[in-house]
Design a protein around this ligand. Structure first.
Ligand SMILES: Nc1ncnc2c1ncn2[C@@H]1O[C@H](COP(=O)(O)OP(=O)(O)OP(=O)(O)O)[C@@H](O)[C@H]1O
Length: 690
């Protein structure tokens, strides 16, 4: 099917459901194979678990859920602090008794039976809080426990519900908004000359420093009836533009729901809206919000408002009951307490709901993650516009959570940077045939989860529904050149304030030398002396599920990275202003010693560094083999992210001979670097000494 053709909505939803199911299965499979094949300690090392914990307290948290506080067991921790781990707020985890002799491996099913699932609500140096799933408050743990990260099925449940709703809708129920989003109608035309059009009027800008492309995008978004895309290449002030757009919409008395795929993307907007003193409401669990955003959080507001006080009383009663369980000896008494708790929990939710609906109903701007917009708080709420930031990093099904009842959407993003990570990419959509259903809807062939709403709308309606921001405020002109020419039709302009900034001009003392006066350096390792290494942990048993995936590393290249970092630091550049990014996790592991030497430095995967920036960025390409295999590097959106993170200095380290053979884009990039960068060839003897 051509991307320009109208889409059959039920088939679209059916395809999404099938794809989402595959994705969830991949995620579950991956987690179970990791858990059953690695010891708790091994999983902890890989950032997926925390071992040797004890339950330090138990109380009632939001929504009446039981919250466990887990701290390091004093028998194993002398500092009282948790070991290094990768568990984050919002992760779905399983808490279970730790098997004696921690090397023993467990099946996930068995763990689930004995343990309790929950959501991490707080991560501190000395404790982690987990809100247990309902019905799990009766689990009693004896002795030492551990927690391990699981696949996030909750997120899928919400997307599935949304897609099922869309699937069941009759055509007569489609709003003109839905019709446009599936190409059943064209978007209402937007006047050609927006500066003078009545529709948008003469705008009084709140921020007078907006550049022309930003102003144009705002006018366009205000004038569009159903859909507007704001394309923001790296550093072009996408969020800056959205803030003005929101303020202008408020002036026009519109009610707005602002969403993003992650909590951080939403908080970023709340923080920037805050100084404008407009009433805003942030939905989401307080433990997952930035402290600076808490004042606008629904949960904090429910507690500080009058109605909130009544809710609090019930909570106190529940806590007291919860605490009394410990003292009871007989099972009968305990059972009675659990029955009371159940009742109280119901009442608590009821009161909470009333209090919440008053607060939400009175708010002009509500902010939530896409997933969070599906909560009970927004049921039956109407908004004039839904704004989605970082829309090119969200799954389309996720976007539909707030969109199902919307009238208009403004999506901001950059489809030329990385889309959301998909685990089941290579599996084809199988016609949905659960239970041998002959009436299963036809799936749309060729559709993948990687196609975001942003991509799809652009392909469906063409560039007329989009405006691009063109002035970038991050990179030196020379760093910007290649991505601008190859990906953004040469339209990017470096703002005056940044276009000639070098490391030597940093506000602190930096030496003036060849490393600090060159915005783009290319250290070419061609010649075969810097071979890559395959990091497939366990070749004998590939099914086992490696903790690093099928990753690659390049030890010699890592040595070159270390040398370059050393030189920069010796020239006076602060480690905090330097980042090393690479597409391969195994290469990150090979570079780990840098962090010990220079604690301030940041090491990150390219994918994890999207949205970030640093004064100096070193990109380690890793791939070097006689076959010209480039794997991950073949994705130009990944390279775009890698090369657009630095402000003043980009150093690329890689084997031009191998990389050139990967794709047309890579060939052009290597040629660009050969011609325009400060080209260097490494001194093998020096690298060997490193
Ligand atoms: N019109 C402007 N004049 C001066 N500086 C601006 C302007 N617009 C944006 N900036 C600056 O550019 C930087 C990037 O802006 P912002 O954080 O809004 O970008 P973003 O688009 O959200 O980020 P990214 O481009 O990385 O996605 C910020 O430092 C911001 O202050």
């Amino acid at each position: 099917m051509s991307p320009k053709e109208p889409i059959d909505v039920p088939s679209f939803a059916a395809t999404q459901l099938a794809l989402l199911d595959q994705e969830l299965q991949s995620e579950i499979q991956e987690t179970s194979s990791l858990i059953s094949n690695h010891s708790p300690t091994g999983l902890q090392r890989a950032g997926l678990a925390i071992t040797n914990l004890t339950i330090s307290s138990q109380r009632t948290g939001l929504g009446g859920k039981t919250v466990l506080e887990l701290s390091p067991d004093s028998a194993t921790s002398s500092t009282g602090e948790l070991p290094e781990h990768g568990i984050r707020t919002g992760d779905i985890v399983l808490v279970a008794e730790q098997p004696a002799g921690s090397a023993k491996k467990r099946e996930v099913k068995e763990l689930e039976r004995k343990g309790a699932r929950g959501v991490v609500t707080k991560v501190q140096r000395a404790a982690v809080n987990v809100a247990l799933d309902e019905g799990k408050d009766e689990v009693v743990f004896a002795g030492r426990v551990w927690m391990v990260k699981l696949a996030d099925e909750v997120t899928y449940r919400r997307m599935n519900q949304t897609m099922e709703k869309l699937q069941k809708m009759g055509e007569a129920e489609y709003s003109s908004f839905i019709r446009v989003l599936f190409g059943l109608s064209s978007p209402s035309p937007v006047p050609q000359n927006l500066t003078t059009s009545d529709e948008v009027g003469n705008i009084e800008w709140i921020d007078p420093t907006l550049n022309d492309s930003q102003k144009d995008a705002i006018r366009f978004a205000l004038a569009s009836r159903e859909v507007a895309l704001i394309h923001g290449p790296p550093g072009t002030g996408k969020t800056h533009t959205l803030i003005e757009l929101i303020l202008q919409m408020i002036k026009r008395e519109q009610r707005i729901l602002v969403c993003g795929p992650s909590n951080i993307s939403v908080d970023n907007i709340v923080e920037r809206l805050s100084p404008h003193k407009i009433p805003i409401l942030r939905l989401g669990h307080p433990a997952r919000l930035l402290p600076s955003v808490l004042n606008h959080s629904l949960d904090v507001l429910t507690q500080t408002s009058e109605a909130g006080a009544i809710v609090k009383d019930v909570r106190a009663e529940m806590d007291a009951k919860q605490a009394s369980i410990k003292k009871t000896k007989s099972g009968k008494e305990r059972k009675a307490i659990y029955t009371d708790l159940k009742e109280l929990r119901k009442e608590y939710r009821e009161r909470e709901r009333r209090c919440v609906s008053n607060l939400v109903g009175g708010s002009k701007v509500v902010l939530a993650t896409l997933h969070g917009a599906g909560g009970f708080q927004l049921r039956n709420e109407q908004f004039d516009v839904v704004i989605i930031d970082e829309a090119s990093q969200a799954l389309e099904a996720q976007c539909w959570v707030p969109l199902l009842s919307a009238k208009k959407v403004v999506c901001a993003g950059d489809h030329l940077q990385l889309p959301p990570t998909i685990k089941s990419l290579n599996s084809k959509v199988k016609a949905k045939s659960k239970g041998g259903d002959d009436n299963a809807l036809p799936v749309i062939r060729g559709m993948t989860l990687e196609t975001t709403l942003f991509d799809r709308l652009l392909a469906l309606h063409g560039p007329s529904i989009k405006r691009m921001l063109t002035t970038q405020y991050r990179m030196h002109e020379k760093i910007m050149r290649f991505p601008s020419d190859e990906l953004y039709d040469s339209e990017l302009i470096a703002a005056d304030a940044v276009k000639a900034r070098l490391l030597k001009d940093l506000e602190y003392d930096v030496e003036n030398n060849e490393d600090t006066t060159e915005p783009v350096i290319f250290i070419d390792t061609q010649g075969g002396d810097f071979p890559e290494r395959n990091e497939d942990d366990d070749k004998e048993n590939p099914k086992k599920g490696s903790l690093h995936g099928e990753s690659k590393s390049n030890e010699m290249e890592a040595a070159l990275v270390r040398l370059h970092v050393k030189q920069l630091v010796e020239a006076g550049v602060r480690p905090e202003d330097i980042a090393v990014v690479t597409p391969y996790n195994a290469q990150l592991a090979a570079l780990a010693s840098l962090k010990e030497k220079f604690p301030g430095i940041e090491l990150g995967s390219v994918d994890g560094f999207q949205g970030r920036e640093k004064e100096a960025v070193i990109v380690s390409l890793v791939r070097s083999n006689p076959d010209g295999e480039v794997g991950f590097l073949g994705e130009k959106r990944r390279l775009n992210v890698a090369m657009t993170r630095p402000k003043r200095s980009l150093t690329v380290i890689g084997d031009s001979e191998t990389v050139k053979r990967g794709s047309k884009f890579l060939k052009k990039w290597m040629e660009f670097l050969e011609e325009n960068a400060d080209l260097r060839y490494p001194d093998i003897a020096e690298v060997n000494r490193e």
